[in-house]
Ligand binder design. Structure first.
Ligand SMILES: [Zn+2]
Length: 237
């Protein structure tokens, strides 16, 4: 009887540790099982990348105007299904000279999915990005940053870079609702090689993020930072 209890306890502990390990792995910002994952670049130069996830939406012109006025090139991780709905917005991003990355077709989390599902999600989106006129390397960013085994395996097999981020102000509810807080969070956490993530193309909840962009750019420039695309930032490694 005593032995049975010990066996059950050991088994439960093992299952717990396994689940905990998988959860950590799925959410890790700077590690994955296969291939490289980049959440920041090791450099002493004051260079950063500004990245915008999801979309494109009918709000794309607003962020493009902000970037044009500030003369900044950013990187947009787009979803295939949104490019299909807003093909002109995707073309506008390309025409304006920004970098475009692949953020899957559906924005579903790429965990507990088949290899063929993952493949289709990424390749359909690549094609839509090319159809929008984009010619550069297409880096990949997983929806919600989630990945386990098959996604990293696919990316490694196809020699694709996984681009994460190390500053994400609008992921914290207490910060996301206020442009001033977003700017402050970026200022307090930025360092050479940082990759900043913002969501700026939705209707309501991301309003403050969009409003923060002008001031983020201003304050970064005041601090002597230059703002680059992800591919340019990678050159500093
Ligand atoms: Zn996303």
């Amino acid at each position: 009887m005593k032995k049975a209890i010990i066996i059950i306890a050991v088994t439960l502990t093992a299952v717990f540790l396994l689940l905990f390990g998988m959860w950590e792995l799925m959410n890790a910002r700077s590690f994955q099982v296969f291939g490289g994952l980049i959440d920041q670049v090791e450099t002493e130069e004051k260079v950063v990348a500004l990245t915008f996830d999801d979309g494109p939406t009918h709000k794309t012109d607003e962020i493009l105007k902000v970037l044009a006025d500030a003369d900044v090139k950013a990187t947009f991780f787009l979803n295939g299904n949104m490019i299909e709905k807003n093909p002109e917005a995707a073309e506008d991003i390309v025409q304006a000279g920004h970098e475009v990355g692949n953020h899957t077709y559906s924005h579903e989390r790429m965990i507990f999915k088949s290899y063929s599902f993952i493949e289709e999600e990424i390749e359909m989106t690549d094609k839509l990005i090319r159809d929008a006129g984009y010619v550069g390397d297409i880096h990949f960013r997983p929806p919600n940053g989630k990945k386990l085994f098959l996604l990293p395996y696919y990316l490694k097999e196809h020699d694709r870079k996984t681009i994460m981020w190390n500053i994400e102000p609008d992921s914290y509810p207490e910060i996301a609702g206020d442009a001033g807080q977003i700017v402050k969070h970026v200022n307090e956490n930025v360092k050479p090689g940082s990759i900043i993530l913002l969501h700026v193309m939705y209707d309501y909840e991301e309003r403050e993020s969009l409003e923060s962009v002008v001031r983020i750019i201003e304050t970064l420039k005041e601090e002597g930072y230059s703002i680059n695309t992800v591919s340019e930032l990678l050159e500093y490694r």
